[in-house]
Design a binder for this molecule. Structure first.
Ligand code: NAG
Length: 301
């Protein structure tokens, strides 16, 4: 073959690969919270970078991100972010990635943070995805596959943690901040106590020796489909083929991470998993929205 022929053959080979090759997904990220959320995205080592690694999402807004074929990584929400007027540095009270900016640029979330984890086009050509509370919890989050095919096992379904666990969080795990005593996040027991038994490390570093704890059970009972500790795989990993994914913060009519009243948070937990669709806001929701707005105004000044 002439070198021109070779170049032409190569060109068509690449063209055909790009047309028939692995599926590139779209993530649609939706903020149904009554407050602003700053999504952060971290690509795993060795996978293609994304067009964005962090941005702001107003209440009610959504944003689509083109995901390269075979991407793997994690996505989470940062809350209560602001820019220091003196230094210009951007920081968030929860889920901060330490980049001092909107983009996380290769840095992950500081725990506690609810994580959506993906391995697209992995073993058997399947997408593997889950929502994890192993590093704690900061926001309700739901992952809904769209247009994907179920594998033989057939669990190409929604997963996540729709409950608001901040107010309900056990006192010893709760993260509060000035003016938000209801809680802004909920630590994992590993993060709070550093005990190998909770961290599934050392002698507890296997599925046989690391068992659920009273703390992981708290997360699991509120959010049965989410990872509650490191070896929670069987009930927490989902698979699809060639799907797009909608990732929603506060999938239910939401409380404020800041202003949620205790009874509001507990009510959300009591109503359980992610399937409930009959939820209606209690009268206190109005007060929550008002106080969240007041809080946002305070952030501005
Ligand atoms: C989903 O299917 C995969 C593959 O068969 C399996 O490993 C996993 O445990 C299933 N997850 C759930 C939540 O049933």
């Amino acid at each position: 073959m002439t070198s021109l022929g070779l170049a032409v053959a190569l060109f068509f080979h690449v063209l055909i690969l790009s047309v028939t090759g692995a599926y590139s997904a779209t993530f649609t990220i939706v903020n149904k919270c009554s407050f602003k959320v700053w999504p952060g995205i971290l690509s795993s080592a060795g996978t293609a970078p994304l067009p964005t690694t962090g941005f702001a999402l107003d209440p009610g807004a959504s944003s689509s991100v083109a995901i390269p074929a075979s991407w793997s990584g994690r996505l989470w929400g940062r809350t209560l972010c602001s820019e220091d007027p003196a230094t210009g540095k951007f920081a968030c009270l929860t889920g901060d990635c330490g980049s001092s900016g909107l983009e996380c640029s290769g840095s992950g979330a500081a725990p506690p943070a609810t994580l959506a984890e993906f391995t697209l086009d992995g073993a058997g050509g399947l997408d593997f995805y889950d929502v994890s509370l192993v590093d704690g919890y900061n926001l309700p989050m739901l992952v809904v596959p769209q247009g994907g095919a179920s594998s033989g096992a057939g669990n190409c379904t929604a997963t996540g943690c729709a409950a608001d666990l901040n107010a309900a969080c056990p006192q010893e795990l709760k993260v509060t901040s000035a003016g938000s005593e209801g809680g802004v996040a909920c630590k994992s027991a590993c993060d709070a106590f550093g005990d190998p038994q909770y961290c599934c490390s050392g002698a507890y570093g296997s599925p046989n020796t690391c068992r659920p704890s009273q703390y992981s059970e708290f997360f699991k009972s509120a959010c049965p489909k989410a990872y509650s500790y490191a070896y929670d795989d069987g009930t927490s990993t989902f698979t699809c083929a060639s799907a797009d994914y909608e990732i929603t913060f506060c999938p239910r009519p939401s409380t404020s991470v800041k202003a949620a009243g205790e009874q509001y948070g507990v009510a959300a937990v009591a109503s359980g998993g992610i399937a409930s669709s009959s939820w209606t806001p209690p009268p206190s929701a109005v007060a929550v929205v008002v106080s969240a707005t007041v809080w946002q105004l305070r952030q501005l000044f």
